[in-house]
Design a protein around this ligand. Structure first.
Ligand SMILES: Cc1cc2nc3c(=O)[nH]c(=O)nc-3n(C[C@H](O)[C@H](O)[C@H](O)COP(=O)(O)OP(=O)(O)OC[C@H]3O[C@@H](n4cnc5c(N)ncnc54)[C@H](O)[C@@H]3O)c2cc1C
Length: 400
């Protein structure tokens, strides 16, 4: 029986898994270092207390159980090394997993530039435990402010470095959340200051001017100080030092300055780009190893015109499904299908029930409508996975 191993149970890995599971006569192993799939784009709701951990995670054991497949297994392991010649995967837990076909779907991690002293102490919200820590730190900051209010009411600064999608969304959500908090409790000490630092001349570089303008306006109305064309140079003694010669005191700093591909030994000889993403052919295979596919954020994926696709959920899902289908085709000796990913648009959450978006490059939306569309899009991603875990959960309960 052919053995397919997927490393990474994120959006890309799960969509590959769902496709592969259509063949009931292959053995599929899903490996992830976490026990859950983290619904990363929904983490803002967690931070803003609109949801809890159960709403932003999908249990991988239950999900695999829900697939109605006798040979699907999930292993909670951290992959350390891959021996491509022997087709073996070595893990931190000393377990060795063999494969005939391999799907690399290990995503990315936040890149902390080593040349910025002190940055290793910064927060990053890509990992769920950091998001939880951040949520608690933020709430503690708010609590500290109201506790100090009768004594002193010093400014509290939060610095967000990086004004791409993540930086803008987190800054907006925090500003909105704190505004509501102070208003609800009628607290007088409401001088929480948020600065958003962008090294480029604008926020949201690469997006349409219209989206940039709407987002900028919204950030301004939420009281966020946007500092562009400025780099973080060092973090020292509670100050963020900037390339424009100024320094900002901060209670905490969130770094969203960029990502790099997750590191796994044995992949060094793969052709990668500057972010460490694996270059793949139009079928999503690693050219030198046709039995290895790379999908989602860990791969450099291009559309049919050769344009680079940004790492996001839509591309992760499309590439996952495509790679799964191609492996089934290889097993059945059928021809491979080219991956032709297409983005339907972009939607940015800008705090509370406000968002802005550009749909298919044709329609611009903003405000509550854009927020509702974004919610709908993400619930449509979650829906099929929820169905699987419901099935899996009732199976597990019957077994216990
Ligand atoms: C805060 C935040 C907000 C976002 N908002 C949006 C948004 O609004 N819209 C959008 O489209 N995208 C958004 N994104 C991006 C989106 O989440 C990613 O593009 C998407 O998750 C990529 O899916 P993936 O499967 O490639 O990787 P991931 O979802 O990162 O999954 C990778 C998996 O691999 C596992 N893994 C990694 N290394 C190993 C190892 N060595 N061994 C075993 N397992 C391993 C990880 O545990 C993880 O489960 C956001 C991201 C963040 C962090």
């Amino acid at each position: 029986m052919e053995k397919v191993v997927i490393i990474g149970g994120g959006y890309a890995g799960i969509y590959a898994l769902r496709e592969l599971a259509k063949n009931k006569n292959i053995q599929i192993t899903l490996i992830d270092k976490h026990t859950f799939h983290n619904l990363q784009p929904e983490v803002y709701d967690l931070i803003a207390n609109k949801s809890n951990i159960a709403d932003v995670t999908i249990d991988l054991t239950t999900l695999c159980m829900g697939l109605n497949h006798d040979y699907v297994e999930y292993k909670n392991l951290k992959v350390r090394n891959i021996d491509k010649e022997a087709k073996k995967i070595y893990t931190e837990e000393q377990e060795i997993v063999t494969y005939d076909y391999l799907v690399m779907a290990a995503g990315t991690r936040t890149f902390f530039p080593p040349q910025i002293p002190g940055l290793n102490n910064a927060h990053d919200i890509k990992k769920l435990h950091w998001a939880m820590f951040f949520k608690q730190s933020f709430e503690n900051q708010l609590f500290k402010k109201i506790s100090d209010e009768a004594k002193q009411c010093d400014d509290t600064h939060i610095v967000v470095v990086g004004a791409g999608l993540s930086g803008v969304e987190i800054a907006a959500e925090m500003a909105y959340n704190s505004k509501m908090f102070f208003k609800r409790g009628n607290f007088s000490c409401d001088n929480l200051k948020i600065s958003l630092i962008s090294s480029s001349g604008t926020i949201l570089p690469g997006l349409s001017q219209n989206l940039i303008n709407i987002s900028h306006q919204r950030l301004k109305s939420l009281g966020i100080k946007v500092i562009t064309s400025t780099k973080l140079t060092k973090l020292e003694d509670g100050y963020a030092h900037l390339s424009n010669g100024t320094k900002i005191p901060h209670s905490f700093l969130i770094f969203t300055g960029g990502v790099e591909a997750s590191k796994i030994e044995g992949l060094e000889d793969f052709d990668t780009n500057g972010r460490g993403q694996i270059k793949v052919n139009q079928y999503l295979q690693v050219p030198e190893h046709k039995n290895i596919f790379a999908i989602g954020d860990i791969a450099e994926i291009k559309n049919k015109d050769g344009e680079l696709m940004p790492p996001n959920v839509t591309i992760a899902r499309i590439s996952g499904t495509n790679a799964g289908r191609n492996i089934l085709n290889m097993i059945a000796d059928r021809g491979l299908i080219q991956c032709k990913p297409k983005l339907d648009g972009i939607l940015i959450a800008l705090g509370g029930k406000y968002a802005a978006g550009d749909l298919m490059g044709l329609v611009n939306v903003k405000g509550r409508l854009a927020y509702e569309i974004k919610k709908y899009v993400f619930s449509s991603y979650r829906k099929p996975l929820l169905k699987l875990i419901r099935t899996g959960y009732s199976k597990l309960k019957k077994l216990s």
